[in-house]
Ligand binder design. Sequence first.
Ligand code: ATP
Length: 625
Amino acid sequence: MRTSWADSVANSASEIAVSDNSSVPRPTGSTYVPPHLRNRQASDAPNLPGPATERAAFTGTAGGSLGSRWSSGPPKPEMGRPGPGYGYAGAVAVAGRGGSGGGWNNRSRGWDRREREVNPFDDDVDDKTDDAEQAFSEQENTGINFDAYEDIPVETSGENVPPPVNTFAEIDLGDLLNQNIRRCKYVRPTPIQRHAIPIALAGRDLMACAQTGSGKTAAFCFPIISGIMREQYVQRPRVARTVYPLALILSPTRELSCQIHDEAKKFSYQTGVKVVVAYGGAPINQQLRELERGVDILVATPGRLVDLLERARLSLQMIRYLALDEADRMLDMGFEPQIRKIVEQMDMPNRGVRQTMLFSATFPREIQRLASDFLSNYIFLAVGRVGSSTDLIVQRVEFVHESDKRSHLMDLLHAQRENGAHGKQALTLVFVETKKGADSLEHWLCINGFPATTIHGDRTQQERELALRSFKTGKTPILVATDVAARGLDIPHVAHVINFDLPNDIDDYVHRIGRTGRAGKSGLATAFFNEGNLSLARPLAELMQEASQEVPAWLTRYASRAPYGGSKGRRSGGGRFGGRDFRRESSFGKNLDYYGGGGNSGSGYGVPSSNYGGGYAPGVASAWD
Ligand SMILES: Nc1ncnc2c1ncn2[C@@H]1O[C@H](COP(=O)(O)OP(=O)(O)OP(=O)(O)O)[C@@H](O)[C@H]1O
């Protein structure tokens, strides 16, 4: 029988209490002691072997037995790869610090981080644990429309794919993390979480694709936090003023990094796992001070990260987990050199040693190929078709000449106001192509009685943050944005996304409209289409059709005439979606032993496309960080 996390904690507590009539914790070999308990006893454990000598070799095989991940072994200069996360009976587990310092609880220098932590939750669940517990076990749904996700086809490929779970209770994430999951009111895992978390906990590399707003952030955060909570023996080098995080989460924009940081802090509240964010445009000294206080998980934008590395204030030598959110964006031409530098040319452990997880709602084939350089024996997971939009979003396309766009927008906004769909509870996000265009439209909206603000790359970080806050709170219920706000941002109450200017790439469209219709809620997206957008006609019509949207006859006509474009190799030249694991579609995979194919492949995905002619011609969008 599997020893549950709670049992382990209880066992360890009682063992501590009875051992030798003293408070010195001893290795039990079979119990896990969570960080907060370890700290309480830490100062009394002077003779425990140092972490380096205790560092056990990882012997588990992905998807393998549920037993110990670690077996005693000689000291290793580098850490082993995170292993299967199920069942920790038999894992070495000891309270306290090693003599020479080391793991996160050493860095806390005796103080309990929990005491300093600001509670990131509005209310505390402690008083309501029983109710929450009940809801948890009954898998009640407290806010997300899970039915909306039930029919989504799931595809996995790769060797020995761990099976999905149905509930959080089935996954041994640890009591403290589970409590935070309850505090977040996550009662059931979303489909991407059901599949991705067991894969990640099994220590496998992962390329995961799931629709916007479907809970990808938690899908990579939970296994990382849980893994770090378990890895108490990691000794980090002590080099003056250099910090050694265990996990790195990269994202393309400052605001998204901040959002992931906020989420990760909630998930890791009172676990002892320290999350820090570093991003450009904000004072570096403040971030350095924060890093010096200790960091387990670093969330960062690539530019600021490189800066920290070059100042030698940060080393990636101890990275065990690397997650790229919006991974296709991180690996397209704008970011790829920087990402390669960070991952391949600094001191980060090689693929196969670290665990790498890539997540996005879109994954063009060409980017998948690039991404495979960073992965080892990975599992490809697609929840919903790669690059599809959720049918929770009602999509409308209107033919609007360039010169009529403003008056058309005004009509829409007036109609919204008349319907009461304007204000705090119904925010409107308007995407434009250029920074100048954003400023000018914002000004025009304001003088016409529609309070608006703007976010784009020419604004200072302070202005950007202020704008986002003002939008979120409904003070200015219209936000005019460039693509800098297209990805990842999770803003409640965005009821309407308007593509005043359509993007050139259909994947960008998918991310933009994905700012509404999140977490099971419905949303509306309106696009202004004209002759300037012909290359988008076909992928747009296909996307809408696939999401069961009404495609206007005029768009179908344009689509049938238009050359195929607007996609970075996501779809085949011939029609229906071909987006899936690129290893299945190309000869690339056939000769490589890492591709095992099969897995627990679901559903009727489209036939693999053979005549890929979309071409990958990524433009570097100036609007990005
Ligand atoms: N299991 C869950 N139960 C309830 N709500 C959830 C659950 N998982 C995530 N959420 C909520 O769903 C919303 C969307 O999650 P998230 O931002 O992680 O989506 P995403 O898939 O990363 O989207 P995008 O592709 O736009 O980045 C968030 O508000 C999050 O708190």
